[in-house]
Design a protein around this ligand. Sequence first.
Ligand SMILES: *Cc1c(COP(=O)(O)O)cnc(C)c1O
Length: 413
Amino acid sequence: MNHTNNKKDQFDKNTLIKLINKYNTPLWIYDKNIIQKQIIQLQQFNRIRFAQKSCSNINILKIMKEHKIHVDAVSQGEIERALTAGFTPKEIIFTADLFDYQTLLRIIELNITVNIGSIDMLHQIGKLSPQHAIWLRVNPKFGHGHHEKTNTGGENSKHGIWNILEAIDIINKYKLKLIGIHIHIGSGVNNEYLEKVCNAMVNTIYSLKKDIQWISAGGGLPIPYRLEEKNINIKNYFNLWNIARIKIEKFLGHSIKLEIEPGRFLVAESGILVSEIRAIKTMGKKHYTLVNAGFNDLIRPTMYGSYHYISVIHKNDPNTYSNQQVETIIGGPLCESGDIFTQNSNNILTTRLLPKTKIGDYIIFHDTGAYGASMSSNYNSRPLIPEIILENGIPKLIRRRQTYQEMMQLELI
Ligand SMILES: *Cc1c(COP(=O)(O)O)cnc(C)c1O
């Protein structure tokens, strides 16, 4: 494996070393230019809606706002974040399969459009806020996802509405205002599957007996986590949805707008997790490299067996790599055997061939801008780590490291 000069090598090593020295490890680093490059690719859609659960730092949300992107919120916390970042309630859609009661009241107070995922939600909002603006999230009765846990359709998914005609009856009863139909298909798209989803959208609308103005293709646009994977062909993706849109326009007799709702696609490639090697050991025939970041920081490998490209920076010689290589398992500091970054979706340990390292060298986890910081926790009482963004190479701290005091602050002594 050639470790140098590949497409994952986007961050300037000298800048990284400076940031490491200033903020200590572990830390998240994002590059704003990469986010902007991704945004530009989606300009053909009538509207981009950022699925903020993928990376919810207020400063990331502000970048989206700067680019006229709207935002998806899946909890009251995400609504409050979006408002803090400067979004108006009109630019927020709340997507869920249930309402917390307090959240429902807040949504009504702000008059936030809701993307409805269950029949019970329709009754609950209809009773308190007749004529409220809604979308319906359709369960297309088949599913797909990069892992069982990310499957978003079919009877093994909890998401969306199964019986659309039942939903329409309730919409009519409360005079709810139906804006559009939404299908979120889960990550991992191939052509055949995508056509199936587009057809499901068209057929849903043929059966609706109700007018709409918008359709949403949801999120799920993949990114190339592995070196050998290709970028998704956005033109082709747009074309398939556009064909569906044209069919729907013909049927309804007026123009229809097309929204897309990515999380991962916009932010995954913009982010890295930087950790420091603190122990190197051999157990029987296996070589372990242990770093100071754990699944409390980056949970995707443990939760889904997700693959992240991993690279090395030698502390004393950041711009070259050791000639010697080693097949190594990479793990973190947590008191939990699943705290391993190199495992497959059956939780079997795998190895990476990496340049030979020393204690104090750095391990970089790539493509962690999505579902990285936003999924991290305080497990093992480890504080949340800093987030830094580079804007044309200039670093800005967008979240400082949590203190131990802050971590215990909610607990009553
Ligand atoms: C998570 C989610 C998305 C984003 O999914 P990605 O795979 O990150 O693009 C979009 N829409 C909804 C409703 C979601 O729950």
